[in-house]
Design a protein around this ligand. Structure first.
Ligand SMILES: C[C@@]1(CC(=O)O)c2cc3[nH]c(cc4nc(cc5[nH]c(cc(n2)[C@H]1CCC(=O)O)[C@@](C)(CC(=O)O)[C@@H]5CCC(=O)O)C(CC(=O)O)=C4CCC(=O)O)c(CCC(=O)O)c3CC(=O)O
Ligand SMILES: NC(=O)C1=CN([C@@H]2O[C@H](COP(=O)(O)OP(=O)(O)OC[C@H]3O[C@@H](n4cnc5c(N)ncnc54)[C@H](O)[C@@H]3O)[C@@H](O)[C@H]2O)C=CC1
Length: 329
């Protein structure tokens, strides 16, 4: 392993950034998000940094040259000028003072590097190519951004809020682990994805009260497939298709959509009978994640309102996603 990964707590800690261009701006924005106190020395500041300085979110250092004492004062240093000789000199001073330094134009001189980051606060995913190919790290990040739902942070926060109670209720590590495993595949993540934090809290309380005895519920997603071009599905529709246990395919759904669904999901035709609610309810209670597909705008029409309402009245995690439909000229 070329670099040791770690997550640093920079809240309230001073970080010195030398240089004020485009690259310094990106690093500073990330440092500020992590709560660092940024000291900056640069001949010129990019407009975004000028704005931050005016707001008092950056402390600008003045002088004819970098003062080595600034480096000693900081926990971390970023050398982000376009002056290679200066960046190299800063790396030397930082090494002598045992300060960690990121040299943006030289991976070898950097004692730490900045990864590409997927931020689902409090979950953070950091990707490093150790300087081999930063653009590859960025591309991987973009793929994960698409893959990982924004509600992951809500899920982590929900567990964090009740951490003490979970431990109390399930003192044995093994029991706790099994319980968590079931929570992560059940209806709670689906409820949070649909933005229903209150319902997720209720499901959580019920699961905690019943400990290991309750069978974890599944979910239903009612998805419109638009004109059948998978490229026009929403990211959330794609994620749901990848997680589905059972896919009920309505008449006229394009093969191209079915082709991108999870390989080991069971496919069945979407029944047109009146007892669809009962059928879906039984699957959800059995813990299955069910996706129902229809072409066009899907289940957003008035005729589907009864189905949508009946599912939520029964307390099932149910989300409805419209398909992209060209409105016409
Ligand atoms: C060693 C490292 C030092 C460090 O920590 O800064 C470093 C070094 C260099 N980057 C260069 C180029 C570019 N870097 C990016 C982008 C990112 N670079 C980041 C990190 C790192 N870059 C560290 C290694 C991390 C790793 O390998 O894992 C990311 C991940 C994190 C961040 O910076 O926030 C962020 C993506 C964030 C995201 O979007 O997720 C883009 C833009 C793009 O891809 O869109 C370009 C093309 C710009 C262009 O060419 O226009 C060059 C050549 C410069 C030249 O030729 O002049 C060097 C110097 C060299 O290779 O020696
Ligand atoms: N690590 C990374 O992710 C990337 C690194 N780079 C490298 O980063 C370097 C900086 O790129 P940009 O921010 O785009 O450059 P830029 O030209 O936008 O900014 C350079 C900054 O350095 C300051 N500066 C230059 N000499 C100085 C001195 N002697 N004292 C004080 N400040 C000084 C300038 O005032 C300016 O604020 C380039 O060398 C480039 O090769 C480029 C792309 C990505």
């Amino acid at each position: 392993m070329p670099l040791f990964p770690l997550f640093a707590d920079l809240h309230g800690r001073e970080v010195l950034v030398v240089g004020g261009g485009e690259v310094a701006t990106r690093k500073i924005q990330a440092l500020l998000r992590a709560g660092a106190r940024v000291l900056i020395y640069a001949r010129e500041l990019a407009p975004a940094l000028q704005a931050l300085a005016v707001e008092g979110r950056l402390h600008r250092l003045e002088g004819d040259a970098v003062d080595p004492q600034w480096i000693e004062r900081a926990w971390l240093v970023v050398a982000a000028t376009d002056d290679h000789a200066l960046n190299r000199e800063l790396a030397g001073i930082a090494a002598a003072a045992k300060r960690w330094i990121n040299v943006v134009d030289d991976a070898e001189l950097s004692s730490y590097q900045v990864p590409a980051v997927v931020d689902r606060d409090p979950i953070t995913i950091a990707i490093s190519s150790a300087g081999a190919a930063p653009m590859l790290a960025r591309q991987l990040r973009e793929r994960l951004e698409a893959e990982i739902d924004p509600s992951l942070g809500d899920l982590a926060r929900l567990f964090a809020r009740h951490r003490g109670r979970i431990r109390q209720r399930l003192p044995a590590m093994r029991e706790r682990r099994d319980w968590f495993e079931r929570m992560l595949t059940g209806d709670i993540p689906a409820l949070l994805r649909a933005g229903d934090i209150d319902a997720a809290e209720h499901a959580f309380e019920a699961a905690l009260a019943e400990r290991g005895t309750r069978r974890v519920a599944g979910s239903v997603a009612l998805i419109g497939c638009g004109d059948g071009d998978p490229g026009l599905l929403t990211l959330r529709a794609l994620r749901l298709l990848n997680q589905a246990d059972l896919i009920l395919v309505g008449d006229g759904v394009a093969q191209a959509i079915i082709d991108i669904a999870r390989r080991d999901a069971t496919m069945q035709p979407l029944p047109t009978t009146d007892d669809l609610v009962e059928l879906l309810s039984a699957h959800v209670q059995a813990g299955l994640h069910v996706v129902c597909l229809r072409p066009g705008s899907g289940f957003t029409d008035a005729g589907s309102r009864g189905l949508r309402n009946a599912l939520s009245e029964r307390g099932h995690a149910c989300e409805t996603l419209p398909g992209a439909v060209w409105p016409g000229d």
